[in-house]
Design a protein around this ligand. Sequence first.
Ligand code: BG6
Length: 516
Amino acid sequence: MEANTRPEPTVFVIFGAAGDLSWHKLIPALYSMFVDHWLPEKFLIIGTGHRRLQEDEFRSHLKAGVEKYARRTMTEEDWSRFAVHLSFMTADLEKPEVFVELARKLADQDREWNARANHIFYLGLPPGMVEPVARELARVKINLDRQRSRIVVEKPFGRDLDSARALNRSLTDLFHESQIYRIDHYLGKETVQNIMAFRFANTLFEPVWNRNYIDHVQITVAESEGVGNRGHYYDQSGALRDMIQNHLLQILCLIAMEPPVSFSADEIRNRKVDVLHAIRPITPGMVQTCAVRGQYGAGWIESQPVDPYRVESNVAPDSATETFAAVKLLVDNWRWQGVPFYLRTGKRLPAKISEVSIQFRPVPHQPFPATAVMEARPNRLLFAIQPEEGLLLRFEAKYPGPTMRLSPVIMQFFYREAFKSTPPEAYETLLLDVMLGDATLFMRADQTEAAWEVLAPILSLWGTGQPTDFPNYQAGTWGPEAAETLLAQDGRNWIMPTFLQCQEDTAVCRVTMVQT
Ligand code: BG6
């Protein structure tokens, strides 16, 4: 994101604007951006949806979402100033005349503003609708301005390698690659971006960022929620497609990438895609030993009983969809040879928590007496992504007293303490970038395909062999037994997330990290 830059006049068209994404994420993000003066003065949101909604109905529906989810507190005054920028268009997207009308609206708006505005088309639509809508936009020629016309495509970007390739081919026939913004909201999270700042703006860490010093890396993205009202989508998707293919692999890329020469979008994306290409291909025979799937049964979350996945709404009663996935990946290059990256994600785990742990090797020689090192632990660096946003480094210190005794201690940095401000929501950062035409934090066509390629053998095996043991983990636990075995076979174990017990009491979280 370019600091202190306000975008040019912009019309932001949301397809599927009456849906959950708009209510929950997009409009609350745009509202906070508006309150913080990030939006241009000439700014219009056109929401489209197939329901017949009056403009004021549309606005009051969105207002409730802003009240609940926006980073900036909703005040009546700010809402009224914001709401005048919101309009609604009832649109059956199968009807070509809808797009003619849209093109006319855009042209009228340009005339009224006496400006050539950015036209951003946000496709928050079911996957099958993306290509047809892009085609209609092209048919009425609102795709032609390469500088100002952009489409934003939400995940899932395809459901496997072949469908992602086909979608990329169609979209790049209609729009130039530089106009296509494939969104992965994890890349907009402050701590995820901070991985690059941390690695490439400091001299301290890069020299040890390799196989000689790092034993392994763990990436955990856990959620305590179930599938909620998204069963319809999720049951066709599952944890591997929904989370690992995009969010977790992108985090892995940021941890493992080589230092970029510049901060240009293509340079960063080249370095990231290099990592995906270097991931050791998983052969069908390896799937058993490097991937684990699970599905939650009934259990308890925060002392409340919760239902098994198979009874959630819009989920098949004999569903074989995984709600938990863990994989072990190896990156075959000079820097990372032999260093495993363990990734896990799941729904109905004990807490909503995302963390990356870099586990360093033990010191090569321990000169201290055995009594001194009883509590000694190898260094560990932790990127806390959510709910806390920060960094923690565990190292050894001498315990105060007359004898030599080592004890692990934590050095920590928290965003909220250091900068005394709440970081923007990921969607705010990303929407601003789209308006500014900065694609650094978005996925390029080759990245999405390379990510599918990494997981293709697992998807294919899981797609054919029905699991016989589902449900195989109780809601409120850390996933199936086999996830433990995945690391135990390498003599390791999952690190208990550091912030599990510490949303209010950081002293407790210090202890948790020190002990594990
Ligand atoms: C989305 C997935 O991409 O990310 C959801 O489709 C998941 O299933 C969500 O719940 C998690 O995002 P966050 O920002 O809440 O961690």
